[in-house]
Design a protein around this ligand. Structure first.
Ligand code: 6PG
Length: 244
């Protein structure tokens, strides 16, 4: 039975716990069906609690992480040790605690700058998927208060990219230079899991969940063509949603 489209959890802690459990279930299914799993990590601050849950018992030992490869949905164009780096956040909360083999971690090299960094990651995806569609087993995403996801921002050229898998992007806030997976890659996923917490996201969440059509906000456009779309939010972020 497929998972519910939207789940509202009472607190950010409950959200992290429940979402982590579902991540383990989804990746476990990928390992059973295909022997390996390719996961895309989200950036920002919300996923940190989720990553800590994944790296701690009891969940840690429920998944054979040696058969999971980790990629990134987007990155800021800063050095990897910069406190604004999505890689640094994931390394501290998930990758180091799990002691993942470095060869299983595909870092976006933000330090190269948006254009060179995007070209380099395009090659990284080619090494992993070849000419086949980049069909990830699970892509984790966040939601910005302006309706962006990954580093696909309203009105930015990266949002319109339909050929490349990775694009340079420009954020309206610092650090402005970014690298991002493009919409076709997000929509190719077997599962997209959005993780949203906090009252500051309530208006964006209500808009995104009610939108249709190509002029919708970036997060509303991220819908798997052949996969599951899962929204996992806390009660504060759900404040403006119609009662279920
Ligand atoms: C980034 C993220 C971005 C993030 C949202 C939500 O690089 O910032 O990829 O898309 O998921 O901005 O960020 P918070 O979780 O910090 O609210």
């Amino acid at each position: 039975m497929s998972a519910p489209f939207l789940r509202v959890l009472d607190s950010p802690q409950e959200l992290a716990r429940e979402a982590a459990r579902e991540v383990v279930e989804l990746l476990g299914a990928a390992l059973r069906e295909r022997g390996r799993a390719r996961l895309v990590l989200a950036g920002g601050s919300t996923p940190r609690a989720l990553y800590r849950e994944l790296a701690a018992e009891p969940l840690r030992s429920r998944l054979d992480w040696t058969r999971v490869e980790c990629f990134f949905g987007d990155e800021r164009c800063v050095p990897p040790e910069d406190e604004r780096s999505n890689y640094r956040m994931a390394r501290e909360s998930l990758l180091d605690p799990l002691e993942l083999d470095a060869r299983a971690v595909h870092r976006m090299r933000g330090e190269l700058g948006p254009e060179a960094g995007a070209r380099e990651y395009e090659r990284e995806l080619e090494r992993s998927f070849g000419a086949q569609p980049a069909r990830f087993d699970l892509i984790l995403l966040g939601l910005g208060a302006d309706g962006h996801t990954a580093s696909l921002f309203p009105g930015d050229a990266a949002l319109a990219e339909r050929e490349l898998r990775v694009a340079p992007a420009c954020a309206p806030v610092e650090p402005r230079d970014r690298i991002t997976l493009t919409l076709p890659v997000l929509c190719e996923a077997r599962a997209l899991l959005f993780l949203v917490a906090g009252g500051d996201k309530a208006a964006a969440l209500a808009r995104v969940l009610s939108q249709e059509g190509q002029d919708a906000l970036p997060a509303a456009l991220a819908r798997p063509a052949r996969g599951e779309l899962l929204w996992r939010v806390d009660r504060a972020a759900a404040a403006l949603l119609d009662a279920p």
